[in-house]
Ligand binder design. Structure first.
Ligand code: PGA
Length: 250
């Protein structure tokens, strides 16, 4: 696990953009695993700017998002489909057929999970997976006690997760109770993983992810087992990290 500390959210977004751009420039048909949430928004904005400046093309890139709510219409403003088009896809040259998100409105949700895994497999697996980190250690929507052997599956969202995401909805009751998420094994199968964490309220979670023994009680600890993980954090999120676990400051 390489732990890189940068000054602030802006530097985090720039650095993350650099890593994703590097991936796409070195392999045009890269398969990217994408995340939603507040943290990657700056990175997406920076990628749009790189694209607009003519430094980057996504013509051959394929994308798979980590998760999607169950039961929220696809065109609902708070679905992860809508998020991704608004934050990135509407502004770059990626062909629509290269974009994949789980369908949280599929009539057969189990079949949808299987199909999603099959698509990832057919695409040749994920080259670079972007992750955020939940306060409770979730990665994707893999809440505590999710099996490390899980593939794309249906999950009941934790109360804490629904509370954290309530900030986007009018009221907590509106936050869907279930989601489809890539499983932990799906995430671990990615060739490279980039975890982005910003802000002081995640400092304890960052410390747990990096320092705590590997435990399904805090799913992100499983990333310690992956051979190519970069954890990119700003100074506030790094506040509780022991000095010896920090690879470098940039
Ligand atoms: P955030 O969420 O980027 O909105 O903080 C990350 C997560 O909960 O996975």
């Amino acid at each position: 696990m390489d732990v890189i500390v940068v000054k602030d959210y802006e530097s985090l977004s720039t650095q993350a953009c650099r890593m994703v751009s590097g991936q796409v420039q070195s392999k045009a048909n890269s398969v990217l695993g994408l995340a939603t949430g507040g943290t990657p928004e700056g990175m997406y904005q920076a990628l749009i700017e790189e694209y607009a400046a003519g430094n980057l093309s996504f013509q051959e890139t394929r994308t798979f998002n980590l998760d999607e709510y169950i039961g929220l219409p696809t065109d609902h403003s708070l679905s992860y489909h809508s998020y991704m088009y608004k934050q990135l896809f509407n502004h770059i040259d990626i062909p629509p057929e290269n974009i994949h998100l789980p369908d949280g409105n599929a009539s057969d949700l189990q079949a949808e999970c299987k199909k999603y895994e099959a698509f990832i497999h057919e695409a040749g697996g994920i080259d670079l997976q972007i992750l955020g980190l939940g306060h409770n250690g979730h990665i994707g929507f893999n809440e505590p006690e999710t099996s490390f052997a899980s593939r794309t599956h249906i999950i009941e969202l934790d109360n804490e997760t629904r509370e954290a995401n309530a900030r986007f909805f009018e009221q907590k009751e509106d936050v869907p109770k279930r989601a489809i998420t890539m499983g932990i094994e799906t995430i671990l199968s990615a060739r490279k993983v980039l975890v982005l964490v910003s802000s002081a309220d995640k400092a304890e979670a960052v410390k747990d992810m990096v320092c705590r023994e590997i435990t399904s009680a805090f799913p992100a600890t499983v990333l310690q087992k992956h051979p190519a993980v970069t954890v990119l954090v700003d100074e506030k999120a790094a506040l509780r990290l022991p000095q010896e676990r920090i690879t470098r400051y940039e």
